[in-house]
Design a protein around this ligand. Sequence first.
Ligand code: SF4
Length: 352
Amino acid sequence: MDQPPVHVLDLNPDDLQSHLVELFGPEIPSYRAKQIFEWVYRHRIHNFAEMTNLPRSIKELLDLHFCIYASSVVQNRPSNDGTRKLLLRWPDGATSECVLIPTEDRRTACLSAQVGCPVQCVFCASGVGGLDRNLTTGQIVEQALRLIDLCPDETKLTNIVFMGIGEPLANYDAVIGAIRILHAPWGMGLGARRLTVSTIGLPQPIRKLAQEGLPINLAWSLHAPNDTLRRQLIPWAAKIPLDEVIDACRYFFETTGREVTLEYLVLDGVNHRPEHAEQLARIASAIRANVNLIPYNPVAGLGFARPDDAVVMQFEQRLRRLGVNVHVRHSRGLDIDAACGQLRRQNQNPRS
Ligand code: SF4
């Protein structure tokens, strides 16, 4: 067979049914695609052979022309705090990371959108080396299914965040395709409010996202509250002034009714001065956003350090006095290099 197998996780029921008609002819019953998706998303089977209500002749041809899972699990790293990180390898050799973060009341999957990242934030392991390629819709969905396989029996994912490797809104079509499958009743069936897209702040895609009719959550990874510092930390910010992102976030809130969250990595000695608190408070007030402060998880060789807890607390209290609804969120899985990009980077270069 010359063509690579079609990745079932890339498809919606109409697409799959069209493929089936092409392969088996128009006499194939119209319920076959629905049956296949039930096996994939409800029963979470990995092989066509296990689809007991399909004729053997169909299963054999499906096995030749389609695949359900395209990746192999290269690493499966458990953390002391229950976090699990997977490194997946795709048929072209590219690798991507995804993380399962269990807490008392939820099981959150953190997914990657790209292989590498074009934004190249100076504090981030994922940006080192730039972008290799985008992930496809099916590859994004497959990360979620691989993480469900790590959940104990009878439990499933409760939340999905696009906070792994890559800028989700720079791979817009594939990410929206995946969100629709994760949300669809025939797919993973997750409520839109349980899905969060995190972006470094791309105004046009934020406006487009607002118009998708999906009331998902938007997190703006701000990290720097003025244009000068932002340009130093986030190279893409050179072309995107803060005011443009603020306008787009306002539009998102007005259109979807969903509040935007500001994510703010606290980098020791860099972005937690009193004037930073004032600037951050002004932005939070302009878009009516809550703020999550995340003490930085250091990456070897990038030159940034984790601030003392007292420093973070002082910054948090200053923000609170300025009227900001702020919380400190700690990175999970520090012992497994869970900060995005670290595992993949180590896998590429063991000495880094
Ligand atoms: S912080 Fe996000 S946008 Fe920036 S380089 Fe890392 S993955 Fe890319």
